[in-house]
Design a protein around this ligand. Structure first.
Ligand SMILES: Nc1ncnc2c1ncn2[C@@H]1O[C@H](COP(=O)(O)OP(=O)(O)O)[C@@H](O)[C@H]1O
Ligand SMILES: [Mg+2]
Length: 225
């Protein structure tokens, strides 16, 4: 897939199994970026647009337990297509940073590795749905299934349709994410999300200024790509 000409902004996605800490860390990273004067937008998936939020309701509602795998992929991809068109491309065009709570790797991990759909077919669909827009960096928050499950129980809400899947499904998704990271080490950074929240946040923030992490520190200085 090609990446988009983006001016100064960089597109960062956070990925990982449900309960690994994406939404919490994205919010904290956003606060840190605001304090650091880095103009940015945040997005979540599915959702992030008016149409996407309606699609989100359909996707996560346990009432649709009979949803076909193909319908599921197409609905996630429809939500993502709208997000790229309405939010991500315009933001990158203005030179803003984009922090995304999930992007196309989630479809490869959940519907590809998790449900067993063809990765090649999913990749082609993603390239079409996203107009070829791919994150510059994908931060994979990796933790054990047990840790993720106990963190999910901290949430006040009842488990959604995907969270209700069996542990074996979540195990395939975790391994799928790690495999995606192995296949694309230039884009992926794997973070140990087993650690306490403040430590994971410190690791995340250090990526933006640690000279030992050339990809993100170059991005920070505007020299990348
Ligand atoms: N590293 C961490 N250590 C301890 N608790 C965490 C950590 N990361 C997240 N949590 C907590 O786990 C719960 C689920 O986190 P959340 O950000 O909603 O995960 P996700 O968006 O990946 O599903 C929240 O209550 C959050 O405060
Ligand atoms: Mg979340």
């Amino acid at each position: 897939m090609r990446t988009l000409e983006t001016g100064q902004g960089r597109f960062i996605s956070l990925e990982g199994i449900d309960g690994c800490g994406k939404s919490t860390l994205l919010q904290r990273l956003s606060q840190w970026m605001t304090a650091a004067g880095m103009a940015h937008v945040t997005t979540r998936e599915p959702g992030g647009t008016r149409l996407g939020e309606r699609i989100r309701e359909l996707l996560l509602d346990p009432a649709y337990s009979g949803m076909s795998q193909e319908s599921e992929v197409l609905l996630y991809s429809a939500s993502r297509a709208q997000l790229v068109q309405e939010v991500i491309r315009p933001a990158l065009g203005k030179g803003l940073w984009v922090l995304a709570d999930r992007f196309c790797d989630a479809t490869l991990a959940y519907q590809g590795f998790g449900r067993g759909l063809s990765l090649d077919r999913l990749l082609g669909l993603q390239e079409w749905a996203t107009q070829g827009v791919l994150p510059h960096h994908t931060l994979l928050l990796d933790c054990s299934l047990e840790t993720a499950a106990s963190r999910r129980q901290l949430k006040a809400s009842t488990p959604d349709r995907i969270e209700r899947e069996a542990q074996a499904f979540h195990a395939r998704v975790r391994q799928g994410y790690l495999e995606l990271a192995r296949r694309d080490p230039g884009r992926f950074l794997v973070l140990d999300a087993e650690k306490p929240l403040e430590e994971v946040l410190a690791d995340l923030v250090s990526l933006f200024r640690d000279p030992l992490q050339p990809s993100l520190s170059k991005a920070w200085h505007g020299e990348f790509g």
